[in-house]
Design a protein around this ligand. Structure first.
Ligand code: ATP
Length: 216
């Protein structure tokens, strides 16, 4: 019997993509034995401020960063949509593509996980996937009240023990890298270097297009 596909997804604004995203994605893909881990840039995040770079630039930077580094891949489906990119829609469309048996893992940084109750129809997300919460070094340690019942009911201590297509939550540890896109935008706006915080190809793209520079 063939085992079901194991597919991960990491959504984000990626404004810009950085080594925190990339190391987390690669390490989780390796540890979890994923067949593919898709980085999915979001179009108009409904629960966030407008990103500072256009969707085209953000997508191009994720493509530069990932290159052909399997099992990472880039999925532009949210940018093709002409409406807010709700994660639930993305999960439903992935699920219809991958079939009912595939194991789908949605990766969320701790900060994103804590914001889950603000998401569109968030209680239905686990109908379509498992959630892997990435430890993030700059995060607070207490889960918000609204998530405690969900955590109590759906947590699995060992991410490798998540079974079936979806429905459970596990925490996963990777090399802690306290890097954020906010920090990178601030450094660039201040005329400082972001070398080694983003892949060289992303830095070259940022420079070539003059992104994130302070305008006066
Ligand atoms: P910003 O600073 O603009 O809020 P960000 O660096 O948090 O951006 P996002 O594109 O919002 O980047 O992040 C996408 C996903 O990656 C989120 O789930 C986020 O929690 C996670 N993530 C971001 N940075 C890291 C990091 N350094 N380590 C682990 N996970 C991260």
């Amino acid at each position: 019997m063939t085992r079901p596909l194991r597919i991960g997804m990491l959504g984000g604004t990626f404004d810009p993509v950085h080594i925190g995203h990339l190391r987390a994605a690669l390490e989780v893909a390796e540890v979890m034995g994923l067949d593919e881990l898709r980085l999915i840039p979001s179009a108009r995040p409904p629960h966030r401020e407008t990103p500072n770079s256009s969707a085209e630039h953000r997508l191009a930077m994720v493509r530069c960063a990932v290159g052909d580094l399997a099992p990472l891949s880039v999925d532009a489906r949210e940018l093709a949509r002409d409406k807010p990119s709700y994660s639930l829609d993305t999960l439903q469309s992935l699920r219809s593509e991958l079939g009912a048996e595939a194991q789908l893992f949605m990766l969320l940084g701790w900060d994103a996980f804590c914001g889950l109750p603000g998401w569109h129809r968030w209680t239905e997300l686990l109908d379509h996937c498992h959630i892997l919460v990435l430890q993030r070094p700059d995060a607070d340690s207490e889960a918000p009240e609204t998530l405690r019942d969900l955590l109590a009911a759906r947590s699995e201590a060992d991410p490798m023990a998540l079974s079936g297509p979806g429905g459970q939550i596990a925490f996963i540890w990777q090399s802690p890298l306290a890097v954020s896109a906010t920090q990178i935008r601030q450094l660039l706006a201040a005329g400082r270097s972001v070398r080694f915080l983003v892949p060289d190809a992303v830095l070259a793209y940022i420079n070539a297009h003059g992104l994130y520079r302070a305008t006066d």
